[in-house]
Every structure is written in structure tokens, then in C-alpha cells.
Design a protein around this ligand. Sequence first.
Ligand code: SF4
Length: 250
Amino acid sequence: MDLWGNEDAWDRQTKQEDTRKKTLTSLMTYEELENCFYECNACHLRTEGGHGPVLSSGSEKSPLMIVGEGPGGVEDEKGLPLVGPSGKLLDKALWSIGITRDRVYVTNIVKCRPRNNRTPTMQEANVCAGRWLIREIQIIKPKVILALGKPALRFFLGRDVGIIRSRGQWISWRNIPIMPTFHPAYLLRLEGKSLVDAKWQVYYDMKAAKECAMKAAPDWNWKSIEPVDLLDTYADRIAMRKEKNKLMCD
Ligand code: SF4
């Protein structure tokens, strides 16, 4: 309040922020979260040139949550995480351990596409994940999280560490076991023996994550009969995104 008892800009801003926090923490279901998610413009990533936030894919009941880095070009266009070249590789890796994409919950640390697919900074990751990913985790209640790549690892660890040294070693975040492994985009940049070695490492990391989740959720069905085409499954969401992109360009 100022000297005359009037509400000043600082008071107003503080009240708005308090209301925002209360609104977010009161989100109880995935649908409630989704309803306010797409309007988010809480950080500068929203205006870096992408088409808006990308939330998740897969089952909200899955005991296994996979957390990637952020949307790339294809993901930004379609509005789905990990459906571009990295996503195709992820699908193959999951299939090799008996999982189809519809049976896991997949999301990202940052929801808006960083320009030119640059790696999000720790601060950007903390802002976005602090606002959305933490709510997703509270709602989905995964038994195990598979963290793909360095941004996801350092968010859960709370400090800057290298993924090469840390992959394959369990960490714990709010009592949830986290298995860090390489992001598929990293594998796509490798070749020869390095690629073969890294693929095996990812295979064993994912297998360990699945086995841990299976212990906690022994009745979960991990595999649909056929590999799942997410672009088919989410055709409506993709069409809506396309329409929105078109309106933005007109
Ligand atoms: S990156 Fe996250 S916090 Fe920033 S605008 Fe997008 S959804 Fe909101």
C-alpha cells in the first residue's frame, strides 16, 4: 500500500502471483491442468518462435514417466513430445524392452521450443518444470521416472552434472526413483562403436527402470499388441494445433 492506503503496482503483482500459485496448486486432475496449460506465457520461451506449449502423450495412469528435454521442430508442429526422429528412436528402444508408447507417460522439462533446439538453461528448466512438471508428477504419481539427457537429470539433481558420468545410476527425487540415461537425440549424433555402446547403455537403463516400475505396479500392462502410431492416436490434437498455427501465420 502507498501512503494513502492505495494498492500499488507491487501489491497488485504480488496478489496476482499468489492467485496464480493457488490456482496451479489446486489443479487436481490432468484435465484441469491441461485446461490452463496451453495459455501459459510465464517465460520468454513462449516467444522464442515456437507454436506454443507441448504437454504430454501416453497413459496418465502409467507407473513409468519419461521426461525429455523440450520440443524440437516436429514436436512443436504436432504438439506432442518426442514424435520426431528422437521419438522414433525412443519408440524402438521401448519396444525392445516390451513397452509401447501408449503405455508410458511422456513429457518434457521445458514445454515450449527453445530457438534452434538449443539446450534449455537450468534457469529455464527450473521455471517451466517448477510450474508444470512438478504438477504433472503430483497428478500422475509415477512409480519411476526415466530422465532423458542432461537438462532432465540436472533438474532432478538440482545441480549441473554431466549425463555421461551419471547415466545408469539411480537417484531419488521426493522419494521417486529416477534413472538417468542418454536422450535419443544424443544417440542420433553418434556413429560406429560409440553408437553401439550407447544403445546398449540406454537399453540396460530403460530395462532397469521398467523392472523397478514393475515391482511397484505388477499388474500394469506394458505393451499393446501392435506398435502404436502416436500421430494417429492424437490426430485430433494435431489437427487443432495445425489450425492454430495457420491462424497465427495468417
Ligand atoms: S516454457 Fe513453460 S513456463 Fe515458459 S511459457 Fe512455455 S509452458 Fe510456460
